[in-house]
Write a protein that binds this ligand. Structure first.
Ligand code: HEC
Length: 191
């Protein structure tokens, strides 16, 4: 082995180090760029017009969101997560998502009494928002919360709210918690 081949070896060594560095850069780019591209895709799904992923017109979602932040977010919080021990979460709640009538009843008359939500017990007072919200408002806000933050339940229409409101007659008294709401489920108003 002469000095020349030593130099050659050194150059080969440098070259393969360069290769390794290039390969590592490509891998690092992939590792960093992939999640970035996925996040960009998710971001792009946020409605800016037309129809949202939930099938609800983006305009309705935007209006429902406005009503939510005005009339509900004080208690149920910005992303429907609620406040432990005080205000129940709207995410994943069977009272909100299982049928359409129950959340309409709650929104129209409010609730005051023990109620279990996602396995935790709540017992506080929700006001009767049916006094200030129109049938259209209730439909929009419930459609919004039923298709936000991971929730995905069918939209609620103004007519459905009107039917449930009519079934309540001139009742003003709030639902006495979960037991009263479960009992009301027995009398179906909507098909
Ligand atoms: C002043 C606070 C307050 C406001 C405002 C309020 N809620 Fe509530 N909400 C509560 C409380 C407290 C309960 C639990 C009532 C109980 O313990 O009987 C509740 C229960 C519920 C439930 C059933 C339980 C659950 O977490 O799914 C739904 C659905 C609901 N609220 C929707 C709404 C919507 C929609 C609005 C706005 C239109 C709203 N609430 C506004 C305090 C509030």
């Amino acid at each position: 082995m002469g000095p020349t081949s030593k130099r050659d070896n050194a150059r080969d060594g440098a070259q393969s180090t360069a290769h390794v560095v290039v390969i590592m850069l490509i891998v690092a780019f992939g590792v960093l760029a992939l999640p970035w591209m996925v996040l960009r895709k998710l971001d792009a799904r946020t409605p800016t017009g037309g129809v949202a992923a939930s099938g609800v017109p983006a305009e309705d979602l935007a209006q429902g969101g406005k009503i939510y932040y005005r009339s509900c977010a004080n208690c149920h919080q910005a992303r429907g997560e609620g406040k432990p021990g005080r205000y129940p979460p709207l995410t994943g709640s069977s009272w909100l998502l299982e049928d359409k009538e129950t959340p309409i009843r709650i929104t129209l008359l409010g609730a005051a009494g023990p109620m279990e939500v996602n396995g935790a017990l709540y017992n506080d007072v929700m006001p009767n928002l049916g006094v200030t919200l129109s049938d259209e408002d209730v439909a929009l806000v419930l459609t919004y919360v039923r298709s936000s933050w991971g929730n995905s339940a069918p939209a609620i229409t103004r007519d459905e709210v009107a039917k449930v409101r009519a079934s309540l007659g001139d009742r003003m008294e709030p639902w006495a918690g979960g037991a009263a709401l479960s009992a009301a489920r027995e009398t179906r108003v909507l098909p």
